[in-house]
Design a protein. Structure first.
Length: 415
């Protein structure tokens, strides 16, 4: 099984595998009431469990929402255990334990045990700075399958500037060594932007030195805090293209040694990414308080209402909820998507990006050259990247309170 690719620590998940063949297992434990109609006959492949929004780091590129959920709203251990059992019974294959920083949950071991017993492939997405060796050993004993560590930079001083956390790099290197010593597969996540793009070559060297199986060169996607900080993060077109070409060459050179995944920035693209592999097609995201979302940024689409695992079974939400059915298939599409040959390939791109940039989630993702907003989006990228970077607005509760509301932020008015 190929782990789902992630675009960064807490960032966009690009589902590139097909969904699984169907709902399987003990469906009677999932339903109180029978789903009225099997609107989606196949189970999702992946579940992103955002266990908490607490995090010791304050990265400005974080894709968490600006409205961070409080600790007293988080699901209990028993509720997360139930989520894992339901996910396993639905036929979901992978669970990504993320956040915030998932190790901030004292019950992470119990959640990993439950996920493992439910037959899920468990991937811990961690900043690693608070992880101890005994805890990692215990997690491995409980069935943890894979560890993904984000590196804000490969230079300590710059990593500190990006994350507002001292000596994080030293600690991450230590934990990465423990991961490989324990025989766990390791992925290095490299969230790339204008303030560390010059270090892409060193990231690749480091991943090889650490014995990582996989390196994700994940150009930052502009959701959540990254959208707010775009003018501090977006690289120039030239920097972007050079880094992409370099990575392509390194991929060839390192075949059989290191798998390098790359997520390229949307703002310079001509065609959009098939975000989430299609809305409600292969992926579920659960927030710390239990809201079930089709993607991590879905709450920016304000007219959608999201069900909670505390009130409704996961399978019922997946099959029947209004939010998951809002953009399934192609019925909802407007022009140019609805008559386009690519509509079943990229699904019109990203709903949340369409919302953020155009103010209407049904519009074509402006990353597409056929979108009437595409030119403005590219011009914006060139303009922001061509000026000195703005200071970071770090991801923390104080800045969350002061951040502008989404309706104050669209680039251009709705069509
Ligand atoms: Fe994809 Fe829509 Fe652009 Fe066609 S018009 S390529 S379906 S985003
Ligand atoms: Fe792309 Fe929400 S982040 S659909």
């Amino acid at each position: 099984m190929r782990p789902t690719k992630t675009n960064g620590h807490f960032e966009t998940l690009v589902v590139d595998d097909e969904p699984t063949n169907g709902v399987s297992g003990r469906t009677e434990v999932l339903y109180d009431t029978e789903a009225s109609e099997a609107l989606c006959a196949r189970a999702p492949i992946g579940l992103l469990a955002e266990l908490t929004h607490r995090c010791p780091l304050q990265c400005s590129y974080c894709s968490n929402p600006l409205e961070l959920e409080r600790v007293n709203k988080e699901l209990t251990t028993a509720e997360w255990v139930s989520v894992m059992q339901q996910a396993g019974a639905m036929g979901i294959l992978q669970v990504h334990l993320s956040g915030g920083e998932p190790t901030a949950r004292k019950d992470l071991e119990e959640i990993v045990s439950a996920a493992s017993k439910a037959g899920l492939y468990t991937n811990l997405i961690t900043a690693a700075v608070t992880l101890t060796r005994p805890r990692l050993e215990e997690l491995a004993k409980r069935g943890l399958d894979h560890v993904q560590i984000s590196f804000q930079d490969v230079n300590e001083e710059n990593a500190e500037h990006i994350s507002a956390y001292p000596e994080g790099l030293r600690k991450k290197l230590e934990v990465a060594h423990w991961v490989t010593e324990l025989g766990l597969p390791l992925t290095i996540n490299a969230p790339i932007h204008r303030q560390n793009i010059h270090n892409v070559p060193r990231y690749i060297e480091l991943a090889v030195e650490l014995g990582a199986q996989r390196l994700e060169i994940a150009h930052v996607q502009y959701y959540g805090w990254a959208f707010l900080n775009r003018a501090a993060l977006i690289p120039t077109y030239k920097q972007t293209m050079e880094s992409i070409e370099f990575v392509e060459r390194e991929r060839e050179r390192l075949k059989g040694v290191l798998t390098i995944d790359m997520v390229v920035p949307d703002y310079y693209a001509k065609r959009p990414k098939p975000c989430m592999g299609g809305w409600g097609k292969g992926f579920i995201n659960i927030t710390p308080s239990g809201k079930v979302l089709p993607c991590h940024a879905a709450e920016t689409i304000k007219h959608l209402k999201f069900d909670n695992v505390k009130d409704r079974k996961l399978l019922d939400i997946w099959l029947n909820s209004d939010a998951f059915n809002a953009f399934r298939g192609t019925e909802w599409m407007k022009e140019p998507c609805c008559s386009c040959a690519f509509r079943e390939i990229d699904f019109g791109g990203c709903r949340c990006q369409a919302m953020a940039i155009t103010g209407d989630a049904r519009n074509t993702d402006p990353a597409c050259a056929l979108s009437p907003y595409h030119g403005e989006m590219v011009a914006l990228a060139h303009s922001e990247a061509g000026r000195p970077p703005k200071p970071f607005i770090y991801r923390n509760p104080r800045n969350a309170t002061n951040a502008p509301k989404p309706e104050q932020r669209p680039l251009v008015p709705a069509e």
